[in-house]
Design a protein around this ligand. Structure first.
Ligand code: HMG
Ligand code: MG
Length: 313
């Protein structure tokens, strides 16, 4: 019989538990060209919270002229069934968005900056420095209202407009988000170009600036590297990951970028690695098949589709 035991060094190097943040209802659906009703979005969020996610990114209070699909966010937040133990998060670019998010009862607001000047201009119509100034008021209001504050850092591994992004830029914006009082910071590969050693190098720069247990990896899967990049991040000790059910999505300001890594694929890998997630895998597969039916196309999840096919035969 083959010896399948791993060298002790490797066995000890991976975390034993991780938090998965489900971003499908926001990052996933924001890029859908077809209008999706608030009713369907609500059903998706409820299915996901019932699967046991501790955090679901459910909405986005941005300009409806910029991202029309997210205009139903107040209805979505009003219609969901809150589950104890799940935090419901929403993107907020400015005070207008914050006020709407507060009125809608979100638990966590997400300010979103970029490590690339060009992307900052395209995505939120201002420079990185201007965005940080805008976020200062949002951060203060979040603290005053006892909301959790998360900071997303786009284009940490590459930019669709300017190409390369330096580790210095990442470290600089992580510092600025930290100084605003972010409880958690997401290191995002917006266009899915990173490969594992690059990920480890950039994560090390972020870890030098911010507590590792509050850093997350947000990997789009455009070049098929996201699962490998999550594994690489596990090796350096990152314990929070974003994923999108059925692999939904992309970013409207990053043309050609596909969705985040599919949640089903992440859960399948974590289960195989013996890493605890606290999430009901079958319910996530169901949620993925549910939204894919509504969108009229198969899920972009290898593991989700494999499990669904096995159920039929
Ligand atoms: P602007 O045009 O410079 O803003 O956009 P403005 O202040 O001049 O306002 C223009 C209009 O928008 C006004 O309306 C405002 O009232 C309205 P008008 O007077 O013309 O009728 N407006 C708003 N309406 C609702 N909610 C608001 C809001 N703010 C202004 N919060 C702005 C600047 C930031 C608003 C705009 O650029 C924007 O909304 N951008 C959002 C882009 C976006 O959502 N991108 C996708 C999310 S980021 C992402 O996906 C990356 C991530 O997943 C991580 C990764 O993968 O990298 C997080
Ligand atoms: Mg994203």
């Amino acid at each position: 019989m083959a010896n399948t035991s791993l060298p002790t060094k490797l066995q000890n190097s991976l975390p034993t538990a991780v938090k998965i943040i489900e971003v499908g209802p926001r990052d996933g659906l924001q890029n859908e060209p077809q209008t999706i009703s608030a009713e369907v979005k609500i059903a998706l969020v409820d299915r996901l919270s019932q699967a046991g996610f501790r955090n679901v990114e459910a909405a986005s209070f941005v300009s409806p002229k910029w991202v029309p699909q997210m205009a139903t966010s107040p209805e979505v937040m009003a219609g969901i069934q809150r589950r104890d133990g799940t935090l419901y998060s929403a993107l907020v670019p400015n005070m207008k968005g914050f006020d709407a998010a507060l009125a809608a009862g979100v638990d966590e607001v997400v300010i979103f900056a970029a490590a690339s000047e060009a992307f900052s201009q395209k995505n939120i119509n201002c420079s990185i420095a201007e965005s940080i100034e805008r976020f200062r008021d949002v951060a203060q209001a979040a603290k005053e209202n006892k909301l959790r504050l998360r900071g997303a850092l786009s284009c940490a591994f590459g930019c669709p407009y300017q190409g390369e992004v330096s580790g210095d830029s990442v470290a600089d914006v992580v510092q600025r988000l930290r100084d605003l009082g972010c409880d958690e910071i997401d290191i995002a590969d917006t266009i899915g170009v990173a490969t594992p050693r690059h990920v480890q190098a950039i994560m090390q720069r972020a870890i030098a600036e911010f507590p590792i247990e509050r850093l997350s990896g947000h990997f789009h899967d455009t070049y098929g590297q996201a699962l490998a990049n999550i594994y690489a991040s596990l090796e350096v000790g990152i314990t929070i990951y974003h994923a999108s059910v059925a692999g939904l999505g992309g970013c409207p300001y990053a043309k050609g970028a596909t969705g985040n890594i599919a949640t089903e694929d992440v859960l399948y890998m974590m289960r195989g690695l013996g890493i605890e997630t606290g999430i009901d895998f079958d319910k996530v597969v169901d949620a993925g098949q549910f939204i894919s039916r509504h969108l009229g196309r198969p899920a972009v999840s290898r593991a989700g589709n494999a499990i669904a096919a096995k159920r039929i035969h």
